[in-house]
Design a protein around this ligand. Structure first.
Ligand code: FE2
Length: 440
């Protein structure tokens, strides 16, 4: 055996007659795959060879999945100027200026740095958007190179994302096609940014035709605007339903949905659940960017997360921006995304908080289309997982834990040693603070 994790809690143990608090041993073979998942046996001696990880009841889960990030724009906040209004639109203008100074090394260095932060925090599967409205496609070439460099331990999907439009940007369609020819994994669009409603519809038709032609998926920035008239998600869902891309299409943001009335929302819930599309909500970016043109009452600026989950639509949470013109903060931490999502979407019920955890793990994996056999703690699956120092997803979100270990294909990729706070409470000797302790 290459590795054994002893005494871990698992989330999914279907087929086993044991309770939710049961502990398990997970054995990893020399091929980097999970060889066996066995009930934990305290009396059994650990093997003399291989890496031994004592879990002590911690939660062992499949790695975090980032379904929506922009690695090409990451770490450019304030360059060449800050986004003073805080709107999506000024952010696009700032980026358009910064884009003119891009070099391959600039993009490779910034993207790699954020991937390192993500890996250290247990994110091993990433879907990044990459702006293709650049005649040189500098960022795309750089990200294709980064994808090759991390291939052995991280999945990096690149969305050809026409930030300034397919129809409305000069040669927008030709650049999108060229990005696919060079190796982009997913076709993007931005219909609400196109000049007219008709251009927006045409841009989605172009994206779907291109994806079908090349056997790719679609992920469009869709209705990211506080305009109840922006209804491109119905177009995207219908194209998915009527094309061969059912279940392979994603609408990201869809913040206009937060402004739709009850009658139209009901129609949409039915259409979206039939279409099999995924939604990605990005709570950091949209709490920040939306509502900027509102006086009070000011809209929350999120899509209908709770309602769409209830309608059976797959919804995931994305980080979106990390220190760029649309979000000045961020470290790529998926549990921070989940926490902000819990509050932004009011997923505060005892059953809903674990759902928010699923939205940065299992549900996000479905957005990327990761094969089920490859993603999860199951015999035969790739031995890629995180050991979280918490017994449940709720506790992991609440305490914002860092994974104790991040394992990629049977190899320890990252370790976060515990660093408890020490407190000298008046009248007591110094002690460690335990955020899991309840006195009663
Ligand atoms: Fe985005």
């Amino acid at each position: 055996m290459r590795m054994i994790v002893r005494g871990a809690r698992l989330l999914h143990t279907e087929g086993h007659e044991r309770g939710p608090g049961a502990l398990w041993d997970v054995e990893v073979g020399e091929d980097g795959r999970i060889a066996r998942v066995l009930p934990h046996d305290d009396a059994k001696e650990p093997p003399a060879t291989g890496v031994l990880i004592e879990a002590h009841g911690s939660l062992l889960t499949a790695p975090f999945v980032e379904p929506h990030i922009h690695l090409d724009t990451a770490l450019t906040a304030g360059e060449p100027r800050p986004n003073a209004s805080g709107t999506l639109w000024e952010g696009i203008a700032c980026w358009s200026e910064r884009k003119r100074t891009l070099t391959r090394d600039d993009v490779v260095d910034r993207a790699t740095e954020v991937l390192r932060w993500q890996a250290a925090q247990g994110v091993l599967h990433v879907r990044t958007h990459c702006d293709t409205t650049d005649p040189a496609l500098t960022a795309l070439d750089a990200l294709l190179e980064v994808r090759d460099r991390v291939r052995d331990f991280m999945t990096l999907q690149i969305v050809a994302f026409p930030q300034e439009g397919i129809v409305s940007f000069p040669d927008g369609e030709a650049l999108l096609r060229e990005a696919v020819r060079r190796g982009a994994d997913v076709v993007g669009a931005i219909p609400h940014f196109e000049d007219t409603r008709e251009d927006g519809v045409a841009s989605l038709a172009t994206a779907f035709a291109l994806a079908e032609e090349h056997g790719l998926r679609v992920d469009a920035h869709c209705d990211e605007i506080d305009d109840e008239q922006s209804r491109f998600v119905e177009v995207l869902a219908t194209l998915a339903l009527r094309s061969g891309l059912r279940g392979r299409a994603t609408a990201s943001h869809t913040t206009a949905m937060g402004s739709y009335g009850g009658a139209y929302s009901f129609k949409l819930q039915r259409l979206l659940s039939r279409s099999g599309i995924n939604l990605v909500s990005n709570p950091f970016a949209n709490l920040n960017l939306q509502g900027r043109f509102d006086a009070y009452p000011k809209r929350r600026g999120l899509t209908q997360v709770k309602e769409m989950l209830a309608a059976g639509v797959n919804v995931a949470f994305g980080h979106d921006d990390v220190m760029d013109p649309w979000n000045a903060l961020g470290t790529g931490n998926p549990l921070q995304t989940a926490l902000v999502g819990v509050y932004a979407a009011q997923l505060t019920g005892a059953d809903e908080i674990p759902e928010a955890f699923a939205m940065v793990t299992d549900r996000a994996a479905r957005v990327l289309g990761l094969p089920e056999a490859e993603y999860g703690i199951a015999e035969g699956a790739a031995a890629s997982f995180v050991l979280l120092p918490a017994p449940t997803p709720l506790e992991a979100v609440r305490r914002q834990v860092r994974p104790r270990y991040v394992v990629a294909h049977g190899r320890v990729l990252a370790e976060n040693p515990p660093a408890p706070a020490r407190l000298w409470w008046p009248g007591e000797p110094g002690s460690e603070v335990d955020f899991s302790r309840r006195p009663r």
